[in-house]
Design a protein around this ligand. Structure first.
Ligand SMILES: NC(=O)c1ccc[n+]([C@@H]2O[C@H](COP(=O)([O-])OP(=O)(O)OC[C@H]3O[C@@H](n4cnc5c(N)ncnc54)[C@H](O)[C@@H]3O)[C@@H](O)[C@H]2O)c1
Length: 458
């Protein structure tokens, strides 16, 4: 069958894989290829064990793989064949040189730009899917047009707003799709071509357009605003713990104001994931670059409060457990940075694990999906930790449970049984406020939620 369009995505990660699977599923008339430099990742995408867990992803990939969705390590051939190329390589925080710890590391992205330039033999539309600093498209244009081979490229910005754990749902019914372009005849034509792809399943009024710099900036600002809400409610959770106010009651009262809204107001141990911190730091770095220090300080505060919340959680544990954790066995319920994903990047559980080991606690970690990543994240202290899939087995013999991830299964566990097999006094630190605290207290646990008065038997 001849396909109407050849789409290539460079980068087969948490964004590239699911995004392209949904495009292939919704648009059988296009051939969609996802390419990556990592052969293990591509082999996994071509196997029965996909490299990432995302509800609904397996079904879609199995339905379209080999039909119009292909995973490959052959990047150059893919570039030559493609009409439109999505770039969704990783853009982590830089760990070296100028801007280390703040700026985005653009080396993977730049290599891709050069590779596109070298392999292209015809006009292409290049779509920035990765999250990038403002004005990156300009650098992309400069790289692509820096040889006199006469090939014309149009650069679009089309940031991805999916949230892991609900990625497929977000891709199938997005709040909005944002497409930024140059406002030139060529730019507008390219923008229309991309609109046409999304219009196969996204209502037209949800596909919004802007100039290219607004689009790049909107992604950073979206993540900054989401993270800011979490830090806002978490900052108030610390005040609640001092004043006997209850953060759930406060959040409900505040969130019922329609100007504020009720979402993203759950107090917790803090946000994680590969994006929020990195994107805020990127924003902060840009603000400093433009000498907007007050603005930079404001956004940096969001990350500081998040770090404070994690450390506060440890100090609360320490205080509650008689100021020593040495030799105590503590079970972490969950390691993924959020529920319904196996992704552990920047998970608060990493920080908590390291701090607990520092306090000489013995650690047991359980998670339905993230144990392999947990072992990798904690490879250097692995011998001090047990990784056990079954939560009952994991909690047996422990002094305390600390809930790190809001997996639904945890709320449904038989806590009488768990309590029966734990050391006494038994403690629960609910870092996600997902458990039935009064019931746990009745069973005999000493319960420490976030932002609410603890329920203790002494
Ligand atoms: N993870 C999310 O929830 C999410 C959501 C929205 C946006 N984003 C953004 O999307 C981008 C990708 O994120 P991710 O989570 O998918 O990252 P990821 O690390 O899971 O995947 C990136 C992939 O790119 C590949 N890659 C790197 N350089 C390459 C090259 N030169 N050629 C081919 N492949 C190459 C890597 O091998 C890796 O498989 C980032 O900019 C991120 O900020 C992520």
């Amino acid at each position: 069958m001849a396909f109407e369009k050849n789409i290539l995505c460079i980068g087969a990660g948490y964004v590239g894989g699911p995004t392209m699977a949904v495009i292939a599923n919704k648009c059988p008339q296009y051939k969609v290829t996802v390419a990556d430099i990592n052969p293990r990742r591509i082999a996994a995408w071509n196997s029965d064990n996909l490299p990432i867990y995302e509800p609904g992803l397996d079904e879609i990939v199995k339905a379209v793989r080999g039909r119009n969705l292909f995973f490959s390590t052959e990047i150059e051939g893919g570039i030559r064949e493609a009409d439109i190329i999505f770039v969704s390589v990783n853009t982590p925080t830089k760990t070296f040189g100028a801007g280390a710890g703040m700026a985005a590391d653009l080396q993977y992205w730049e290599k891709t730009a050069r590779q596109i330039r070298e392999a292209s033999q015809s006009h292409k539309i290049i779509v920035e899917k990765s999250t990038l600093p403002v004005k990156t498209a300009l650098a992309m244009e400069r790289i692509l047009t820096s040889t006199a081979n006469g090939i014309h490229f149009d650069i679009l910005s089309n940031p991805e707003f999916l949230a892991e754990g609900t990625g497929i749902k977000d891709l199938e019914a997005p709040d909005r799709v944002l497409i930024g372009s140059r406002e030139t005849p060529d730019g507008l034509k390219a923008r229309n071509e991309l609109i046409e792809i999304y219009a196969n399943w996204v209502p037209r009024e949800r596909i919004i357009t802007s100039n290219i710099w607004s689009s790049e900036l909107s992604k950073l600002v979206s993540n900054a605003f989401l993270a800011q809400r979490i830090s806002s409610i978490n900052s108030i959770s610390s005040l609640c713990e001092k004043t006997e106010a209850n953060i759930t009651e406060v959040a409900r009262a505040v969130g019922m104001d329609s100007r504020v809204g009720s979402k993203f107001l759950n107090a917790s141990i803090g946000f994680g994931g590969s994006c929020f911190k990195k994107d805020i730091l990127n924003l902060v770095y840009m603000c400093r670059h433009y000498a907007l220090d007050e603005v930079a300080d404001y956004w940096e505060g969001v990350v500081k409060v998040n770090d404070y919340q994690k450390e506060r959680f440890i100090l609360n544990m320490l205080g509650a457990m008689f100021n020593t954790l040495a030799g105590k066995k503590i079970c972490l319920f969950g390691f993924a940075f959020k529920a319904n994903t196996g992704d552990t990047r920047e998970s608060p559980a990493i920080y908590v694990s390291r701090r607990l080991v520092e306090e000489k606690a013995e650690l047991v970690i359980t998670d339905p999906r993230a144990l392999i990543n947990a072992e990798t994240d904690l490879a250097d202290i692995k011998e001090k930790i047990d990784f056990i899939k079954d939560p009952y087995e994991a909690a047996a013999g422990c002094d305390a449970i600390a809930v790190m991830t809001e997996w639904e299964v945890y709320a449904a566990l038989d806590f009488e049984k768990i309590y029966g097999n734990m050391q006494k006094p038994a403690f629960i630190f609910d870092g996600r406020n997902i458990l039935d605290h009064s019931n746990l207290f009745k069973i005999g646990f000493n319960v420490f939620p976030v932002g609410k008065p603890p329920l203790t038997h002494f």
